[in-house]
Design a protein around this ligand. Structure first.
Ligand SMILES: [Zn+2]
Length: 73
């Protein structure tokens, strides 16, 4: 018998918070630590991140990648 827990509840692969809803693809997530070093989360294929981390890490990370890509043109 399938359990509701395994299907509906997943923890954020970045901060560990229980995801409310479907979550987001964490691909592209990155941030800078206090020393200015770029950090990227480690996660497995198929894992999801929460709304909060999507806004804080994934969107800025993707913008950064886009910026780098453009500056290489
Ligand atoms: Zn999170």
């Amino acid at each position: 018998m399938r359990t509701l827990k395994n299907e509906k509840q997943q923890n954020c692969c970045i901060c560990g918070t229980l995801i409310n809803g479907y979550g987001h693809n964490p691909q592209g997530a990155m941030w800078k630590d206090n020393n200015g070093n770029v950090c990227e989360p480690t996660y497995n294929v198929g894992e999801r991140c929460c709304d909060n981390c999507n806004v804080k890490f994934v969107i800025p990370g993707r913008l950064e990648l886009l910026k780098r890509w453009r500056s290489n043109q």
